[in-house]
Design a binder for this molecule. Structure first.
Ligand SMILES: [Zn+2]
Length: 276
């Protein structure tokens, strides 16, 4: 290969890399950390000669912002990255008094040092939305945050209990020790013969995590379909801790069924948040 040929290949490869590097692709959320070096792509392409191919090849090099994102817990191991774009405070709709009340409570809650936030009620009430918005605000403040979809994470943890080694401890310690834990849809319970059925495994697991976080005063955000009475019926100790940490009625919100039904109806008159 002539020097000119090699030079031409190099220019071609560099042009490709430059094009990619100049793009603003928001692969990582710039609201959480805005990097002017990689423009939130998390890295850039560099050009290296590879003897084997007799050509210049493009390699991905991580940007220095990646270690910052990792340290601050801003990467998607929080499980929140795909959700936080969709569910923000500024697009949480407040068409009625109920939603205004929920939003105000959530905004006040962000400033709390160690309280918990509980929102119960039927699905479609915007529970995940408001909880994700709260969790995201904590990420921005530099807290470590974990998203725990109860059904999935709970199933995995219950399976790990019987496994050998320290896998279970490792996994559960993440949920115990993270600054802010968001448990989405805790206790998907069914009513069988007028009794709420939740497995002992679920109750034990929830107690282990919540009791630890209760003692260590770590912020916990919980969404559920259950009312306070139903939670109490499932387990008094769990309910007691949640109720205390949510400062009783202050951050313990339950959207009753009728309110839930009208959630999407714009302009509906309602103010029926009931507590517990
Ligand atoms: Zn960067």
């Amino acid at each position: 290969m002539t020097i000119e040929e090699r030079q031409r290949k190099k220019i071609e490869a560099q042009a490709k890399a430059n094009w990619v590097n100049s793009q603003e692709w928001e692969i990582y959320n710039k609201d959480l950390y805005d990097c002017s070096i990689c423009r939130n792509k998390g890295g850039s392409l560099v050009v290296h000669w590879v003897d084997e191919y007799e050509d210049y090849c493009l390699f991905w090099r991580d940007c220095s912002c990646m270690s910052i994102r990792r340290e601050r817990g801003l990467l998607d191991d929080s499980g929140l990255y795909t959700m936080q774009e969709r569910y923000k405070f500024n697009n949480y709709q407040t068409f009625n008094k109920l939603q205004e009340k929920i939003k105000t409570a959530a905004e006040r809650y962000i400033k709390e040092a160690e309280a918990w936030f509980y929102i119960g009620g039927q699905s479609g009430a915007g529970k995940t939305h408001i909880c994700t918005a709260i969790a995201t605000e904590h990420l921005k403040k530099g807290n470590s945050v974990l998203y725990m979809l109860w059904r999935d994470a709970g199933t995995r943890l219950k399976r790990l209990i019987t496994s050998k080694g320290d896998e279970y401890d490792k996994e559960i310690n993440r949920y115990k020790n993270v600054d802010v834990l968001f448990i989405d849809d805790i206790f998907k319970a069914r009513r069988k013969n007028n009794e709420l059925s939740v497995t002992d495994g679920d109750v034990n697991l929830a107690f282990e995590i919540l009791n630890y976080r209760y003692i260590s005063r770590r912020k916990t955000i919980i969404s559920s379909e259950l009312s306070g009475d139903e939670l109490e019926e499932i387990d008094e100790a769990i309910f007691g801790r949640i109720f205390e940490m949510t400062k009783h009625s202050e951050y313990f919100i339950y959207i009753n069924k009728d309110a839930g039904k009208n959630y999407r109806t714009k302009g509906e008159k309602q103010n029926d948040v009931i507590q517990k």
